[in-house]
Design a protein around this ligand. Structure first.
Ligand SMILES: [Zn+2]
Length: 169
């Protein structure tokens, strides 16, 4: 089931998510909805908080459904390693219409559980490392806008507030 994606300003997006206690059938259905919602958007990643569920789960597929092997489901993810630095334009399904250059690690290794509850570890470079960091930020209640500094951040927040006031957000 495709779920509505929450937008910047919704409180769930701005608070840290809780760990998943047990990977149940209900969690598996939630993961299925997250994958469907990500592909429908379309996007390369989605965190559970973006569909209003405050649990530490994200899905990522930098091929956007073209290569099934690239679909990654991470439950209770943690960083094992992060190194390097990349500067690229980034957007977010919860901040539609806005992009900004964000500093991210060039390489990242994340471990967590897959949708069957098995432990797994995945390495990402470039875009995948960026997606890992972006989704991990969501689980800590942080959006890419919060990673920006000064004028850049203020400008986006101001525009969002204006859209919200006129009912267009
Ligand atoms: Zn996002």
């Amino acid at each position: 089931m495709i779920r509505p994606i929450l937008k910047y300003g919704d409180s769930i997006l701005h608070e840290p998510a809780r760990r998943v206690e047990t990977v149940t059938a209900e969690i598996d259905r939630l993961v299925e909805d997250m994958i469907e919602t990500m592909y429908a958007a379309p996007g390369i990643g989605l965190a559970a908080t973006q569909i209003g569920v405050a649990l530490r789960i994200f899905v990522v597929d930098v091929s956007i459904g073209r290569n099934p092997a690239e679909l990654i489901v991470m439950i209770n993810p943690e960083f094992v390693e992060r190194d390097g630095m990349q500067l690229e334009e980034e957007g977010c399904l919860s901040v539609p219409g806005f992009n900004a250059t964000v500093v991210r690690p060039e390489r990242a290794i994340v471990k967590g559980l897959d949708r069957t509850g098995q432990e797994q570890q995945r390495e990402g470079k470039g875009l995948l490392a960026r997606a890992f960091q972006h989704e991990m930020d969501h689980l800590d209640g942080m959006l890419f806008v919060d990673r920006l500094r000064g004028v850049k951040r203020d400008l986006i927040v101001k525009r969002i507030r204006k859209l919200a006031r006129s009912g267009k957000w």
